[in-house]
Design a protein around this ligand. Structure first.
Ligand SMILES: [Cu+2]
Length: 517
């Protein structure tokens, strides 16, 4: 089975032309602002004055904990450390009765452009709206599912590298799969084919822990129905690179304009069981580099970014020049490589993993939000301080896994190609380290310059072009020596062809889009 064939046609089938009413220029088609989701997140505060150092003098709230109202900003006081309105704590329980229902979210998938204040001036609408259905889900993840360090050729529990990395924290157990307990509890994005969320969209085997690959062309709008199926944690979808209005930022912080009522939208922190719709635009500012046909952007959850991305919530976006998606996909092998430090002690799933592993959880909080009182600035938006680990694990208990697409020690599916295939590597980094992407056997081009290696920092996204000229099973690695020690390595395979007296077993590139227009 060649997953690329399926995913290619699936991506094509997602194209839906906008209705005549919304075709044409962005300006003329933006007349129907998307209905705001009722946020229901703001609760009645009791006011108090912050101390000069920003520490709140807390007065217990006197209103019912489930009361929902707006806040008179003028009555609130301004904190001295940044203008955030500070209010005494009340309750951390959001009013779940106001959650947007999935039917409400389905209705917001309306193929209409967002309101004018969400449309940049260099967005020239193509008329194409690409729709994706994405859910945040909990999975049990094994960083080394083969049980082997595939570079040293030994079982993981015997690997000097795994031992040095601190991945084996209980003698004789398999730390990469959470101390032999069947996997680390992680949160990941899964793509679905429609709003019933029953059939997962197919992704390349090499995609690993990445969320589904989202694709679009310059001039397109991407609309996403997102469902948070995490049991106890918030999540969101925040785009790195595509354009969005404030409504679709998907990032939790008190980002109100001064003087307005502070407000956290449900899209910024979707509660367990909730949903949201995001509309992201691909303007000229997202275009591939001159001479290139595609480039990488990304998305991730931004309720509490360090905890969310350590939990596993990130994914790729590939943008093509207008009209060049199919031709580019059918003429190249495209591969996503995400380098990420999955720091399990910082993941918001740390509490779940601690419980599973029998760690002393007597100090663990009952909820994923911090218990009060605590020292620090507070405002009155809810949820505040969400997605923090419920327990502080040591590094031995919650190791920092140095991964490529969620795997260590060459445990991901190898990237496969035929000799002389044009290849596009989409390489990005999350987490807390700087990496050096390096290939053995073949060089790649970045900014029209041939490279053997390229540094990449957390949050950066690169697009490299390569011609697979030399056959063999080759190394693909982070060249930072400690990261290599910690297993940040993968393999890619260049199959020989007639030149080598062999037949490449992969379907030819020209067949990649068979069945699509
Ligand atoms: Cu590295």
């Amino acid at each position: 089975v060649n997953a690329e064939v399926t995913v290619s046609s699936a991506a094509t089938s997602l194209i839906l032309s906008a209705s005549p009413a919304s075709s044409g220029s962005a300006t003329s088609s933006a007349s129907s602002p998307v209905t705001q989701i009722s946020d229901g997140q703001i609760q009645s505060p009791a006011y108090s004055t912050p101390s000069p150092n920003g520490t709140l003098s807390a007065t217990p709230g006197v209103v019912p904990s489930n009361a929902t109202t707006t806040v008179d900003a003028a009555a609130a006081s301004i904190s001295p450390n940044g203008g955030i309105l500070s209010i005494a704590p009340n309750s951390t329980t959001p009013d779940v009765s106001k959650l947007a229902t999935q039917n409400e979210c389905k209705a917001l998938i309306d193929y209409q452009l967002p309101s004018k204040n969400s449309i940049p001036s260099n967005f020239n609408f193509s008329g194409n709206v690409r729709t994706y259905y994405v859910a945040a889900e909990e999975v049990a993840w094994d960083y080394a599912p083969s049980g082997w360090d595939n570079w040293l050729g030994v079982p993981v529990q015997n690997s000097p590298h795994a031992i040095a990395a601190g991945y084996l924290n209980i003698t004789g157990s398999l730390g990469t799969s959470n101390w032999g307990l069947g996997g680390w509890q992680k949160a990941v994005y899964k793509g679905y084919t429609d709003d019933s969320f029953t059939t997962q969209s197919e992704q390349p085997a090499t995609n690993g822990i990445n969320g589904p690959i989202l694709r679009g062309e310059v001039g397109d709008m991407i609309q996403i129905m997102f469902v948070n199926n995490l049991k106890d944690h918030y999540s969101s979808m925040h785009s790195m690179g595509l354009y969005y209005g404030k409504q679709y930022e998907g990032s939790l912080y008190p980002n109100t304009t001064s003087g307005e009522t502070p407000k956290v939208q449900e899209q910024d922190a979707v509660p367990p069981g909730g949903c949201a719709v995001y509309k992201w635009l691909i303007s000229d500012s997202q275009a591939p580099a001159p001479g290139q046909s595609s480039r990488l952007w990304s998305y991730h959850s931004f309720v509490n970014m360090p905890a969310d991305t350590s939990a596993g919530l990130s994914g790729p976006i590939i943008v093509y020049n207008s009209g060049e998606m199919n031709s580019t996909m059918s003429a190249h092998r495209e591969f996503v490589v995400t380098t990420n430090t999955h720091y399990e002690a910082r993941s918001f799933m740390a509490g779940e993993n601690a419980k599973n592993a029998g760690v002393d959880t007597s100090t663990m909080r009952a909820t994923n939000q911090l218990v009060r009182p605590f020292i620090g600035n507070e405002s009155f938006w809810v949820p505040q301080l969400a997605n923090f680990p419920a327990i502080q694990l040591s590094d031995a208990q919650g190791p920092n896994f140095y991964t490529m697409n969620g795997y260590v020690f060459g445990n991901g599916a190898p990237y496969e190609m035929c000799r002389d295939d044009p290849v596009i590597w989409y390489v990005m980094a999350f987490g807390g380290a700087s990496h050096v992407f390096h290939l053995h056997g073949n060089n790649f081009q970045y900014n029209d310059i041939w490279q053997a290696s390229q540094s990449i920092n957390a949050g950066e996204m690169f697009t490299f072009n390569m011609n697979a000229q030399l056959p063999g099973v080759w190394q693909l690695l982070c060249h930072v020596s400690s990261h290599n020690l910690f297993g940040m390595q993968q393999n890619y395979v260049v199959h020989g062809t007639e030149v080598d007296g062999q037949t490449c077993p992969l379907p030819p590139l020209t067949a990649k889009l068979a069945g699509s227009p």
